[in-house]
Structures are given as C-alpha cells and as structure tokens.
Write a protein that binds this ligand. Structure first.
Ligand code: ADP
Ligand code: ZN
Ligand code: ZN
Length: 749
C-alpha cells in the first residue's frame, strides 16, 4: 500500500481519488473524492493537507497519493472538504522518509504524519510564514555602495533605511516613505520579502575563533570532503574534546554554501549552553524546535525551516521530520542517548531515521558522542561509517583519573564511604566543585519494618513505593501513585525505617557533614519546580553552589568548569540487570558523568563506589576505557546473538486480567506459527520467543507481557512483520487489549 506516491494522474479531475492519512490508530489510508469545484485546477500534490469529513467530525490529514480508482464503492465515497495547501508541507525526502517509517515500524500512517507536524499545522494554520520582512538583496546592497545619483534620492534613502538591522517596514514604514516606493525597490530587485527577520551580517556578536587541533582539523576535513553526498561519520571524542566546535565549523561551511543544517540533540532543556553557542556563532538564522515550546513558537520555527529562511534547525527527536528544502548536513549529538528512541506510540529511532534521511537526501551525517552506541561502533568497525577520533580534550583540559572504591572494605555513612568523604573534604577545601551522582531520586527506595519485614508497596504495581521526605509522601515511580507516609507498620505497628539512598537523602547527609558548602540537587523533582532547572544550573555556573547532587540529568552536556571531583555512588545498579543493554548504559553513564570533571585547567578525579571492584566491566572501563569496554561488549553481544548481530521486534501487551493477556499473546504466537515462525529458527529465519512477563509484571493495575521476535536478517524480519501485524489486528482480543509493536526495541521488557 505504501509505496512511493504515484504521480498525479492527469485528465478528468472528478475521477481522481485522494488517499488521505488521518490521525487515527488504523494502519491504512482513507479514500475521498476531490472537493468541488475544481475547474481546470491541477490535481493536488501528495504531501498537502486536506480537510475531510470523518464520521461526524472534520479532520485534517495528509494527502498520501492520488489514485484513479478506489475499493470503496463510488456511492459511499465521501468528498473532501478542502485542499489546504498548493505545495506539500514536507520536502520530498521527508515525505518519503515518513512513508518508509510507517512501513518499517508498522505503525498507523496517520499517527506517523501527525507526529511529524506541529499541532498548529495539524489544526490548519498556514504552512508558509505570513509576515514579510523586507531586506536588501545583493544588488540592493551594491546599489548603496555606488555613489548617489541625483535621481530618486527618496528611494535610496528608503533602501538605506531598510538595510539597517531590526526593520519591519511591513508593519509600518515611516513618512515620508510610501508603499509605492517599496514596490519600486522590489521591482528593481533591490529588496526582497523574507519570511523571517533577515540575519544581518553583524547580528552575530564577534566570536574569537579558536585554532583547531590537528584531530579537529582532520575531522573537519573528512566531513567537508563529503558535502554533497551521503556519508555517515562517527565523531568519537571524549567529553570536552571539541566535538561541538567541529559541528560549528562544518555548519559554517554549509551555511556559506546556502544549505541548511539539521542538528539533533537529546534534550533542549538540558543543553541551553549548546543552543547558546549556536546562536552566538550564527545569530538569528537558528530555529529551535522542541516539545517544550509554545504552539506558536513551534509553528514559527517550523515555518522558518520549511521556507528555507532558517539555516540551522536545532531540535529534539521529532525534529528529524522537519521539512528542510535545502538540507545539506545532519548532526546527531550524543548519538548514544536513549531519548532518541520514542518510547510510546510511534516508536521510532530518530538517530536511525536521521541516517536514512541523510542517505535519501544525499548529504553527510555526523554522529557525535564520547560514548557511541555499540551499533555505531560496529558500523564504524565495518567501515559503513567513517571513524573520526578526537582523543584529547581541547585546550588545557585533562582527562580525569578514575578509582574504584570497594564498599566491602570501607565503612559507610549513609551510603558514602570514608575515602569518598575524605576526598570531598579535600576538593572543597581547595576550591573545587563536587558532583555526586546517584540514579535514584527521592529519599529512600524502600520503607521497611525491621520487626516483621513489611515493605511499603504500590497498590497498583509490583513495585515498592519510594519515600519522598520533603514532600512527606510515598510515590510510585512506575505509575505515579502517591500516598501518605504511614506512621507505623501496617502489620505489627512497629516503627518503620527508610532503607537505601535516594538523591534527597544524600543531599541531607552531605549538608549535615559539610554544612559550609552550598549544595544544589538536580533531578526530576527539582527540575519540575517552576524555573527549577535554570535556577540549579545558574548556581552551579556562578560557582555559588559547591556541591551538585543528581541523577542521570547530570550526564547531559553541561559544562561546569570548576568541577574537580565526581563521585558515582552506586555503579552496581547496572551490573547485574537482566536487560542486554544494561551494561552499555552503565558504561556510558560512568564515562559521561566522569566527563564533568576537570574540564578546564583543574585536573579531575572520579571515584566509583562498588561492592564488586573486580567485576570485568568495571575493570575494563578503568583500564581500557570506553574503547576497551565496547570491544568486549560487542564480542559478548555477538556470542549471545543480541543486536547489532540480531534484529529484534517486541510485541508488548497489557491487560487487567492475566488470562486474557496470556490468551492474546498465545494467539498471536499461533498466528506467527502459521506464517512459519516459531520458537525454533525456521526456514524463514524468524524466531518467536515467549510470552514472557515484563520485569514489572503489573503496572498501574495492568499485567504486562511480551513476545520477542528475532532474526539475523532485517529484510526477512520486515517481510514477516508485514504479514503478521494484520493477523494480530484480526484477532478478536486485539480490539479490547492494549498492545504495540516495537521494532528495534531498546529494552526487551
Ligand atoms: P565537546 O563538544 O566534545 O564536549 P566542545 O566543543 O564543547 O567539546 O569543547 C570543549 C571546550 O573546549 C569548549 O570550551 C571549547 O570552546 C573549547 N575548545 C574547543 N576546541 C578548541 C580548540 N581547538 N582550542 C581551544 N579550545 C577549544
Ligand atoms: Zn511490621
Ligand atoms: Zn505504581
């Protein structure tokens, strides 16, 4: 069904059928007749928005193709209400990419297109910017350089006025200028209307340009050499090695050539410094796109990209679908980051789609990271990607020294070992900042009765409640349930005690032990407070805060120049997790958090607390770095047949009643068997495993389980899924059950 859109069929317009993708959970397009009257208008082009009747509603969808016939009988075909655009709202490559993605992820096409377009455009707002800004053209600027002639001094004065920055004469041009003069200037080709305020050459403040290191120069040269054709590059450089500087230089070339660059980042809110650096270097030609923007801002940024006015688009995951008619370069910063994968609904990987987009657009892509994903390391090893290394920190930065602290050998005070406490004292005394990392928010993960062993559990999940002391609440981190903190054990009335450490508790302990050192906490709880994140970051940057306690949020691209000590409180959480990706995550986290230390002139120190200092993963990380870890982790993946040596898909389902859940997954598995796939590797190379319970078997009152589908051959897996998904949809239970298919899942859970 979803092949490349056929060329519109010329001829009798009335016979044409519009195939429209609507934001509905159905894996199909909907047929409509053309709206009337059409006269001699050419048929609409695929990619335009169409307003149609749907049941009793009016919906706005995307035209996928124009066909000459429909399977729906003529009498039942409804007529579209309006065609909203003359030009497609996506560039041709993005349109094709979306069709491909709907196919590959086996997701309803209407939801795929809805995910790609800002809400205001889905609601029908114009795709093109409406405001116009007049700006002098090159010949207009040349005219100003010429000596003034006696003719038309007014025109020349207007031209001069327009070339000053900050003019918006469409709103109002001052007397004695007239609109007629504007038209004359435009007719002479001296000015043009632009959809956004023009970037004046001096809009960007002067930035001192650094001398690139040899490695940076090499990386820049390699990428530059591929401008104009597809090539994927893996820019693998330790934190602070100058990756961003390389991005900025390549982008400068792209912009100078008149192209557009797309920059994907994991999370905008956490990377304000990166955005600031781009704006500082490039001025107003930068459009920022992320879900935190208000509707109008988002629409305007999208329009600026679509119209070509924005040279650079920086955005999160969904920005991979931004319409960019002059796309010339894609950058994916922190390419290993899990947030590039959408975790619900349309479960695409923005990183993977970015590579495909670059390939289809015939442009280079740079995947940057200090800890590349194992997939990308393997792609580089197979020479599908070029490997660009930045092995040293830029400027005077030094790589920190890492030590493992054996928790079995040292006494602890609330989870903080003696050597760590000693070191913290020394670093604070010598004016350093200290980061304490713990990937668990709240006060304590368990509230426990020592008398009878009772534990506060969530009533809706197979999980414990986390104690949040500050809010005086128990919270479930899986379903969001909250309850009061019980005064005593529900069983035996003995007093309860919090067991284990969360960031809140570490904060409390450190404030007690180091009362002189101002401390801030960065986790989802403090960031959720209004302005919380900005306030925390400001205190760290200004140096007012000497201590920073936080979770995963700390690992994302901040530059804290004074940090000299990083403490990782519990490396062990990830060491024995069941998921095949857990060790990769742990290694990345350790390296990323460590990267916050010793960024400028201060040498840094990293202390990792563990009960298992001899664990091979930790040993390899310490002694062979991320490289060494990646090599052996890939070896393990190969031996155990996990990605990237195996292709996976996961059918997840959940239900209130366990028997129904089991029945559904067994039925789906039986259908797979009729297609020749079973628990054994079969002729078609597909294996179906399960049903297996999720790690947290019950969440928010729903039982959860899955089937795992694996194949060494991506094509075979795709062919199988294309036949299997309709079979699942036809199951009676499928309609009354929450289920989803995850292609290339990041977690098998
Ligand atoms: P990364 O993106 O790899 O973390 P950045 O590009 O942010 O690294 O560089 C880290 C720091 O080093 C920044 O403050 C940057 O200005 C500086 N820097 C980058 N390249 C150079 C260079 N060639 N010479 C001196 N300083 C540099
Ligand atoms: Zn008890
Ligand atoms: Zn819960």
């Amino acid at each position: 069904m979803l092949v490349d859109p056929p060329a519109p069929v010329p001829g009798n317009g009335a016979a044409l059928i519009l195939q429209v993708a609507l934001d509905a959970p159905l894996r199909r397009v909907f047929d409509y007749r053309l709206p009337e009257p059409r006269d001699a208008a050419p048929p609409p082009r695929p990619g335009v928005r169409i307003e149609v009747p749907f049941g009793r509603q009016r919906l706005i969808g995307i035209l996928i193709a124009v066909a000459s016939a429909s399977e729906v009988p003529q009498s039942k075909l409804r007529q579209a209400l309006a065609i909203l655009d003359t030009e497609p709202v996506f560039d041709a490559v993005t349109f094709g990419l979306l069709l491909w993605a709907a196919d590959y992820y086996h997701h309803p096409i209407g939801e795929v297109f809805a995910a790609a377009l800002p809400a205001s455009l889905r609601a029908g707002h114009a795709a093109q910017p409406t405001k116009s800004f007049w700006a002098p053209t090159v010949s207009g600027r040349a005219e100003l350089e010429r000596p003034a002639s006696r003719r038309g001094p007014q025109l020349r004065a207007l031209l001069a006025w327009l070339s000053e920055p900050g003019r918006q004469p469409q709103a109002r041009i001052p007397k004695p200028f007239t609109p007629a003069q504007l038209r004359t200037l435009a007719a002479r080709g001296w000015i043009e209307a632009l959809p956004v305020e023009p970037a004046s050459p001096d809009a960007a403040p002067a930035v001192a340009i650094l001398d690139l290191s040899a490695a940076q120069t090499e990386a820049l040269g390699q990428v530059s050499a591929t401008l104009g054709r597809f090539q994927a590059h893996l820019l693998y450089g330790v934190t602070g090695s100058g990756k961003t500087e390389v991005y900025l230089r390549i982008i400068a070339k792209v912009v100078a050539l008149g192209g557009q660059a797309l920059v994907l980042v994991p999370e905008i809110a956490l990377t304000p410094q990166l955005v600031a650096r781009f704006e500082e270097r490039f001025g107003v030609g930068v459009a920022v796109l992320h879900s935190g923007l208000a509707g109008i801002e988002r629409r305007d940024a999208w329009r600026a990209a679509h119209s070509g006015a924005a040279h650079i688009v920086i955005g999160t995951r969904s920005a991979v679908f931004t319409s960019l008619p002059r796309l010339a370069l894609i950058i994916v910063d922190e390419e290993h980051d899990a947030s590039y994968k959408q975790h619900e609904g349309f479960r695409y990987s923005a990183r993977d789609l970015a590579v495909l987009r670059a390939q289809r657009a015939g442009v280079p892509i740079v995947l940057g990271s200090a800890t590349p994903s194992l997939e990308s390391m393997e792609n580089a090893a197979q020479q599908r990607y070029t490997m660009l290394l930045l092995p040293q920190r830029a400027g005077a930065g030094q790589v920190p020294r890492m030590t493992l602290i054996d928790l079995k050998k040292h006494a602890c005070e609330q989870g903080l070992s003696q050597p760590v406490l000693l070191s913290i004292g020394q670093h604070l005394a010598s004016g350093g900042q200290v980061i304490v990392f713990l990937n668990r928010r709240g006060y304590a993960p368990t509230l426990f009765c020592h008398q009878c062993g009772w534990v506060a559990a969530c009533a809706h999940c197979d999980a414990r409640m986390t104690l949040h002391q500050r809010a005086a609440e128990l919270r479930c981190h899986h379903c969001g349930a909250r309850s009061e903190v019980p005064q005593a054990c529900a069983h035996c009335a003995a007093p309860l005690s919090p067991v284990g450490q969360g960031t809140e508790r570490v904060e409390e302990t450190l404030m007690r032990l180091f009362p002189e050192a101002p401390l801030v906490r960065l986790d989802r709880d403090t960031a959720a407070a209004r302005g919380g994140l900005d306030a925390v970051l400001a205190q760290v940057h200004s140096g007012a805060a000497r201590f920073l306690v936080g979770t995963q949020m700390l690992t994302k691209g901040h530059h804290f120049p004074d940090v000299s000590l990083v403490v990782i409180l519990d490396a062990d959480q990830g060491l024995f997790a069941t998921d095949y990706r857990a060790t990769e995550r742990l290694a990345q986290t350790i390296i990323q958090v460590s990267g916050r230390a010793g960024r400028a002139s201060r040498p840094g120190e990293v202390m990792i607390q563990t009960e298992f200092p001899d664990h091979p993963l930790l040993q390899r990380l310490i002694h062979a770095g991320y490289d060494g870890f990646a090599a052996s982790a890939l070896q393990e993946r190969r031996e155990a047949s996990w990605p990237p040596y195996m292709r996976l898909a996961l059918l997840r389902a959940e239900a209130r009643e366990p028997p129904r859940l089991d029945e559904f997954l067994r039925a789906a598995s039986a259908r797979a068997a009729t297609l020749g796939a079973s628990g054994m590797v079969t002729d078609n190379g597909i294996r179906v495993l399960g049903p297996a319970s999720a790690l947290i078997a019950r969440r928010a009152d729903h039982y959860r389980a899955h089937l795992l589908i694996e194949s060494k051959d991506r094509g075979a897996l795709q062919r199988f899924l294309a036949r299997w998904v309709p079979e699942i949809e036809s199951l009676e239970l499928a309609t009354s059950m929450r289920w989803s298919l995850d292609v290339d899942p990041l977690e098998v859970d």
